[in-house]
Design a binder for this molecule. Structure first.
Ligand SMILES: *[C@@H]1O[C@H](CO)[C@@H](O)[C@H](O)[C@H]1NC(C)=O
Length: 646
């Protein structure tokens, strides 16, 4: 009992640690024309990494030769949390600083000159061109809000993006990318890069005059990028030819306007960015689509339960007085084999242990997210929470893995604990490390600093592994899970199977329905990950996750019944693989997404894309597999406990 309390406290502490990371982001700041203790005057702009929808590799602001903040400016104490660092966010102070409610036009920030005779300079210009060619976007932050860039799309809809392009490339035919939004009448030079070196920033604020708070709160910050050749902020755009030989001078300027706007509430200041995201109607459609699948499956399961199973059980329990040998057929026949330990019990126990760890991590994270703790305003909170939860839940995987392994009659418990600690985490870490090497090579901001890598290893070896050991200790101390029927000495022969009950075809079919439930939602998740937009529809995601759990378990149970009815008792692995196969469909879908929806170029990007996809596939495989396994285990235990066996 005491040990149970200790482990419970551990989990609470873990959660507390996550909590501490993200609470500060939720406090509103007041701004006044004059600086006082409770009201600030200076508004600092922060710059995040640059991303591109056409490349997976993000770059630090300082990788490009933009204006740098003078030493020692900006607020101290801006540091990224674990989630941000792991997922490649880097936030720096910038030279863009404003005083509240002071309109300024055409303020010079800095001027960069490049001599083409100088190789260093040439390299910098080339890199800038590379950034424009791949439509890299700046992500700026004011008062913990993304600086949004709003424009009309070709269909005439207003769209707000959380990033804005650093420049625009006009190709040979005089075409520009959709996101450029430059007036085609004035910019017709083909084969030219136009640098967006000027920004018009509009800051809207909600004044507190009529309310009980001082000063004003910032509710919306938008930016309009422009290109100007000189630092007067008007006139011709600054174009650099594709095969430019001349020296280049880029003046960086900005204008800032403060606009009072009492219509927008501070609490809903994120809405306009989030509203641009995929339409909720499609979300409801996706939920309806999933519900239809769930209803269909539930109908099937109910039919089997009531019709066949009920009849079977009634018949099995009647036959005692009559001639048994003749009457017995179907799943009762294999009662002496159904709990025979699976092949490779170690691996199955380990995969299920880690699967449970992932399962709980996903649901706890989703609950936090639904309660609003992990909203986009809490940068990196989602990543941090899931990583910390995963580490802390090592105790659960150790326990479950040990329990299953003991139930399967395994005895090499040391190997079991080691495998539970290292097999999956190690694989994921290796993939991650390999991608990190690539990112290092590309000089990307997403490359994890050496120190963070050490911190991750410390979390793993210092917290996760010991917790797994503690969990395993308790798992072994418990008696193995008891089966309702005894297993015979000699295994029974399995009759030849029809095509549709053969292992492979069943496994392949088994993944289709769960995948059908989630693929619309998957589109939005992949879209938000790879075009670097925000994802906030956690309510929908939570629903979809529940639906996924239901379909996975129902398909697994259904197929399990068919197998047992055709006297094939090898259900342990099959139940895991049947629902786990959803992950294979996910991988195929991700490939399809890569080819059709993303314009990502370059081998490095491709390797990174598939690296991340592989990690997600592993997670989904374990998540779904475990659900199928546990559902079948429960089902098999139930049905064999109600029939009378000798
Ligand atoms: C700043 O500019 C905005 C928009 O042009 C205007 O509405 C506002 O009154 C100006 N503020 C001041 C203090 O001049």
């Amino acid at each position: 009992m005491g040990s149970r309390i200790v482990s419970f406290t551990f989990v609470l502490l873990c959660l507390q640690a996550t909590y501490g990371f993200y609470l500060p982001g939720l406090v509103p700041h007041s701004y006044c024309p004059k600086e006082t203790t409770e009201c600030k005057n200076k508004i600092y702009m922060y710059v995040n990494r640059l991303t591109s929808a056409e490349s997976v590799i993000p770059y630090d602001y300082s990788s490009f030769d933009f204006c740098e903040a003078p030493e020692g400016t900006g607020q101290k104490g801006i540091s990224e949390n674990l989630g941000q660092v792991l997922f490649g966010e880097r936030i720096h102070t910038s030279p863009y600083q404003f005083s509240f409610d002071k309109n300024e036009t055409c303020v010079k920030v800095c001027t960069k000159s490049y001599k083409m005779s100088n190789t260093e300079d040439k390299k910098k210009v080339e890199f800038l061109k590379y950034g424009m060619l791949f439509s890299y976007e700046n992500h700026w932050i004011v008062d913990n809000m993304p600086v949004a860039w709003c424009y009309k799309t070709s269909v005439g809809q207003q769209y707000c993006s959380t990033g804005f392009p650093i420049g625009c490339f006009v190709d040979k035919q005089g075409r520009q990318k959709d996101a450029c939004q430059m007036d085609p009448k004035t910019f017709i030079d083909p084969q030219t890069f136009y640098v967006f070196n000027h920004v018009d920033i509009k800051i809207r604020y909600h004044s507190g005059k009529a309310k009980d708070w001082v000063g004003a709160r910032l509710v919306r910050v938008t930016v309009d990028p422009r290109s100007y050749k000189d630092d007067k902020c008007s006139g011709a755009p600054l174009g650099i030819l594709k095969d430019n030989k001349d020296d280049v001078t880029i003046p960086y300027t900005y204008s800032v306007y403060f606009i009072p706007d009492d219509k927008i509430e501070w609490a809903s200041r994120w809405d306009y960015v989030l509203d641009s995201l995929p339409n909720t109607n499609i979300q409801w459609f996706s939920i309806m689509n999933s519900l239809v699948i769930v209803l269909f499956l539930s109908g099937m399961v109910a039919m089997i339960m009531i019709r066949s199973l009920h009849k079977d059980i009634a018949r099995y329990n009647q036959t005692e007085s009559q001639d048994e040998a003749q009457e017995e057929f179907g799943w009762k026949l294999v009662h002496g084999d159904v709990f025979r330990s699976p092949k490779k019990p170690m691996l199955l126990a380990v995969l299920n242990g880690v699967g449970i760890q992932i399962y709980v991590m996903v649901f706890v994270t989703l609950i936090f997210a639904c309660l609003g703790f992990l909203s986009p305003a809490n940068r990196g909170a989602l990543g941090t929470t899931s990583v910390v939860l995963f580490v802390c839940l090592g105790i659960l995987s150790g326990y479950a893995s040990a329990r299953f392994y003991k139930t399967f009659g395994g005895e090499r418990w040391k190997t079991n604990v080691m495998m539970t600690s290292f097999l999956v985490s190690g694989t994921i870490f290796l993939v991650f490390f390999f991608m990190n090497l690539i990112l290092w090579g590309a000089g990307s901001s997403a490359a994890i600093p050496f120190f963070t890598l050490v911190a991750v290893l410390a979390l793993w070896f210092g917290i996760s592994v010991p917790l797994t050991f503690i969990g395993a200790y308790f798992g072994y101390k418990k008696r193995p899970i008891e089966h309702p029927v005894r297993t015979n000495q000699i295994p029974r022969q399995i009759p030849p199977q029809l095509i549709y009950t053969q292992p492979l075809s069943c496994i392949v079919m088994g993944g289709i329905l769960p995948f059908g439930c989630i693929f619309i939602q998957l589109f939005f998740i992949l879209h938000s990950i790879w075009s670097h937009q925000l994802y906030y529809m956690f309510g929908f995601l939570f629903l979809v996750a529940i639906i996924l759990v239901i379909t996975c378990s129902e398909t697994a149970v259904l197929l399990c019944y068919f197998h047992l009815a055709s006297e094939d008792y090898r259900w342990w692995w099959r139940s895991f693989l049947t629902s786990g196969f959803t992950a294979v469909y996910f991988f195929l879908y991700a490939m399809h997404f890569y080819v059709t929806k993303l314009a990502i170029e370059g081998v490095t990007s491709a390797i990174l894309y598939f690296g991340y996809t592989l990690i997600m596939t592993i997670m989904i495989f374990l998540f779904c597999g475990t659900i199928g396994f546990i559902a079948c285990f429960w089902f098999v235990s139930k049905i064999y406990s109600v029939v009378k066996v000798d």
